[in-house]
Design a protein around this ligand. Structure first.
Ligand code: HEC
Length: 139
């Protein structure tokens, strides 16, 4: 199946998915005081959470430390590039350009990336803190 068909398939899934699950969003998706991150959150909740909040189509959930540890090591410019232009990862999963919303500006997409990276960083810091306290556990 070509990328176009895969995309249509994905969009079909999305229509059927979330919306109902907005409750509890504030816990999982904190509102950071930084103004850029606050804007990023709004863009992310609107455009990116549909996949990334639920692991749909293999989208990495920013609250899952392991899904993001190696991505946080990529230069931020690389993450921006993959979000803006789309990306096929090694597992054959696909990030569509601009999350499929061509109307988003470069700046908006970058803010959403910054927000998702901040949530992922928080999840990774938490695991690290827990691992430090319990050196024998393997999260
Ligand atoms: C249709 C589902 C979908 C939507 C909507 C979506 N993504 Fe993704 N995204 C994915 C998938 C799947 C991956 C994993 C790609 C891979 O690594 O194989 C991904 C990966 C990423 C990555 C990591 C790229 C890397 O190099 O590891 C970033 C950053 C990202 N998305 C940003 C966004 C932003 C910002 C939005 C909203 C504007 C968004 N995504 C919306 C599916 C989606």
């Amino acid at each position: 199946m070509g990328a176009g068909a895969a995309r249509r398939c994905l969009l079909g899934l999305l229509v059927a998915a979330p919306a109902a699950a907005a409750a509890g969003t504030a816990d999982r998706y904190p509102v950071f005081t930084d103004e850029g991150l606050a804007t990023g959150r709004a863009i992310w909740v609107e455009n990116c959470m549909t996949c990334h909040g639920y692991g749909i189509a293999g989208a990495p959930d920013p609250n899952k430390a392991k899904a993001w540890a190696h991505r946080l090591e990529k230069p931020r410019e690389t993450l921006y590039d993959h979000a803006l232009n789309g990306f096929f990862g090694p597992d054959g999963t696909m990030m569509p350009a601009r999350g499929g919303n061509a109307a988003l500006s470069d700046a908006e997409v970058k803010r959403a990336v910054d927000y998702m990276a901040a949530v992922a960083r928080r999840a990774n810091d938490k695991v690290r803190a827990e691992t430090d306290q319990h050196p024998n556990t393997n999260p």
